[in-house]
Design a protein. Structure first.
Length: 458
């Protein structure tokens, strides 16, 4: 069966008082009705229409029609244009398809009784905005890659298999994937990665994905935390169900998605993704609290708590970014629970260079990956002091946990680079189906990092 998407400003509806009031009084942003024996999705008037609103409505419609087992939904360019007259037609179409595809997203690998299905969106009279439609699909595919990686279980996605998954994701593209395994990591002195993974049955890895669409552009390094499962290590986590900790590689998923978006859209940027990959497990060989990790840059870190492992591996990524002479560095991680206390589950925190933080905040407000600037309070730096090493991986005080994590990372940032740190711990998951989000992984960060990289490369 086919459905037709229209707006309540449609003359057929406008001229029918009964129908008009029925639609006005129905709940939600759209109503599905039978009109002249056709299934019609009627989008209600939007107050101050935004592209994010368009993405959300499209995602909700896609899921609603799938439930109704509708095979195709038809959308006419002229209908979209008049229904969303205050928005740019091409950009509205891009937002619509992006929201549609993401709202249709499913992860059913382990649901024995479910079969993937989707209502296809068919565009009519949209020849003039084809490039926007293609772009919207590319954006959705990139975010879906991030979601797939985050939703996968740790026996399938772990430090030994993850590099292969990334290699195949970028096979036959303009990006180059380099995988460093344990012996190479030892030669490269990636001691944070090596130490954190000591308790795991898997050997650690470090993946670099590089893409150069224009070699006159400054090198941007995107560093993503790839902890494929975080038990806390010897500082074992408690909790009724810590399944979510399979998503502790959310930062690396964001980086991978961003690279996908950049590569597929042939962006004129020069970028490298740096992804340290470990599993944090308790074992007789595990890293234990009180140990000291000596980093390649000469810094010695006391491990006060093995559950603060993200910063220990990101440190290697930041050092590596310096070796590659990156001009801009953005690291992203599901780093601290504290960021959710500060900002809730709709915004990630961004730390570091204040001008760049503002640029990123604006980008996120437009593309849906919202961030809010957070301070790196110098007075809290002393909380990281250690009695016998240069500093500790956890704060001596039970306050400002996200800020002290940022301050820890700042010590590893090469002096020649401008740096941002994103803490996405609270935005990695959606608690339910809502707009273009489906329950579980959000795919946060893919669009944010890609759009930011493009912006600073202009
Ligand atoms: Zn941890």
């Amino acid at each position: 069966m086919k459905a037709y998407i229209t707006f309540s400003s449609n003359s057929r509806i406008e001229n029918d008082e009964k129908l008009k009031s029925f639609i006005q009084n129905s709940e939600g942003d759209f109503t599905t009705i039978l009109l002249d024996e056709n299934v019609c999705v009627v989008i209600k008037p939007l107050k101050k229409a935004s592209y994010e609103q368009v993405r959300n409505i499209a995602g909700s419609i896609a899921r609603d029609l799938r439930k109704r087992k509708i095979e195709t939904a038809l959308l006419e360019g002229a209908v979209l244009e008049s229904g969303l007259s205050e928005l740019n037609k091409g950009e509205a179409a891009r937002a619509f398809i992006e929201g549609w595809e993401l709202g249709s997203y499913q992860f059913l690998t382990y649901k024995s009784d479910a079969k993937a299905s989707k209502t296809e969106l068919e565009w009519v009279g949209c020849e003039d905005i084809q490039s926007f439609i293609v772009e919207g699909k590319i954006r959705a595919q990139a975010v879906s890659l991030s979601r797939d990686l985050m939703n996968e279980i740790p026996s399938k996605l772990n430090p030994e298999t993850y590099p292969d998954v990334l290699s195949s994701a970028f096979k036959d593209t303009a990006a180059k994937v380099t995988v460093y395994r344990k012996a190479q990591l030892e030669a490269m002195e990636m001691n944070g990665v090596l130490e954190v993974c000591k308790g795991s049955k898997y050997e650690p890895a470090f993946v670099e994905i590089s893409y150069c669409g224009d070699d006159t552009k400054p090198l941007v390094a995107l560093v993503g935390k790839g902890v494929t499962f975080d038990t806390g290590g010897i500082s074992l986590k408690s909790g009724r169900d810590i399944s979510d900790m399979k998503m502790d590689m959310g930062g690396s998923a964001a980086v991978a998605g961003a690279m996908k978006l950049i590569v597929e859209s042939k962006a004129k940027v020069n970028v490298v993704a740096l992804i340290p990959i470990v599993e944090n497990m308790p074992d007789r060989d595990s890293l234990i609290p009180s140990e000291v990790i000596r980093y390649k840059n000469g810094l010695n870190v006391q491990v006060g708590n093995t559950d603060a492992e993200g910063r220990l591996i990101l440190a290697d990524g930041l050092i590596r970014a310096g070796e590659l002479k990156a001009k801009y560095i953005v690291d992203i991680a599901t780093l601290t629970g504290a960021i959710g206390n500060a900002l809730g589950s709709k915004l990630a925190g961004v730390f570091g260079n204040e001008d760049l933080s503002d640029v990123m905040k604006k980008i996120g407000a437009e593309n849906g990956d919202h961030v809010w600037p957070m301070p790196l309070v110098d007075a809290y730096d002393s909380y990281l002091k250690s009695d016998y090493a240069d500093f500790n991986n956890i704060s001596a005080k039970g306050e400002a946990g996200s800020i002290t994590a940022g301050l820890f990372l700042r010590r590893f940032v090469p002096k020649t680079a401008q740096w941002l740190h994103i803490d996405m711990a609270a935005v990695a998951q959606s608690s339910g189906d809502s707009g273009y989000y489906t329950k579980a992984a959000t795919g946060f960060g893919a669009r944010l990092l890609a759009d930011f990289t493009k912006k600073i490369s202009e």
